[in-house]
Design a protein around this ligand. Structure first.
Ligand SMILES: [Zn+2]
Length: 261
């Protein structure tokens, strides 16, 4: 009996040590597999977005906050109206703004919207929203109007700050590549005033970060309206890409893969 007891004691002792080693090996294997799976899925995610957009992807370690301002809104402020009174600027502004938001998020940016539906937002509240959140870049989206005239122009502060001008130029270049009726260039100050008059759009005047105001074609021009409707997605994608490109060029973020085309 004594011999048998001793034998049993030694047997359980070995099983305990073997179990400990076994558990340790399992933990090591699981940790290793987790690491491999993580690396693989991160890689795949980047490639998928790149393939989709053909441009840079913001890494998960990077942080970019963009404020997108859909011009006008609500019954109080519809903005410009087409000659046949069938389309309102506030609706077009919201459509393009929501599409830009979607593409920016796809590229890995954080987006702050001044409005996401048809509601009135005060002119001074718009840049304030961006300032309060300490946004990195601010882009206001509008459509132009005139008795005659067509094309796209982008407005920045009359002082022509380098960063703001770069943002405006990148957006305009991108839209030009998609296809616009006329490139009216980067403009400084406020429509109808010489830059020396030192008058700005409120959104450019009051925002602390680099900003610009895009006039995405004339709502009073049939060709511009047709281009706007047909290219809405492509315009939005190019604006989102231009914003991310600018953020990289201004060293707000550092992106790994820049589209070289
Ligand atoms: Zn407007």
């Amino acid at each position: 009996m004594e011999k048998q007891n001793k034998h049993t004691f030694v047997y359980w002792d070995r099983v305990f040590i073997a179990l400990c080693i076994f558990v340790l090996i399992i933990i090591l294997i699981v940790t290793g597999i987790k690491g491999i799976i993580n690396a693989f899925t991160e890689d795949n995610k980047s490639v998928a977005v790149q393939a989709n957009t053909g441009t840079a992807v913001i890494g998960s370690d990077q942080n970019l906050l963009v404020c997108i301002d859909a011009g006008h809104g609500g019954e109080e402020d519809c903005g410009a109206i087409s000659f046949d009174e069938s389309r309102f600027e506030c609706d077009d502004d919201l459509k393009i703004a929501l599409a830009v938001e979607r593409y920016l998020k796809e590229l890995g940016a954080n987006v702050l919207m001044t409005r996401e539906d048809d509601k009135y937002v005060g002119l001074y509240s718009r840049p304030q929203i961006a300032n309060d959140a300490d946004a990195d870049l601010y882009v206001s989206l509008h459509r132009n109007s005139a008795e005659t005239g067509q094309g796209v122009e982008v407005w920045v502060n009359y002082d022509a700050p380098d960063d703001d001008t770069l943002l405006a130029k990148n957006i305009l270049d991108g839209l030009d590549k998609v296809g616009i009726s006329q490139n009216r260039g980067v403009q400084f100050g406020y429509q109808g005033y010489d830059p020396t008059a030192k008058v700005n759009y409120v959104v450019n005047e009051k925002s602390f970060m680099p900003s610009c105001l895009v006039e995405l074609g004339f709502i009073t021009d049939d060709e511009d309206n047709k281009l706007f409707d047909e290219n809405l997605d492509a315009y939005a994608e190019s604006i989102a890409e231009a914003i991310v490109k600018t953020a990289d060029e201004l060293n707000i973020i550092e992106i790994n893969n820049i589209d070289q085309e």
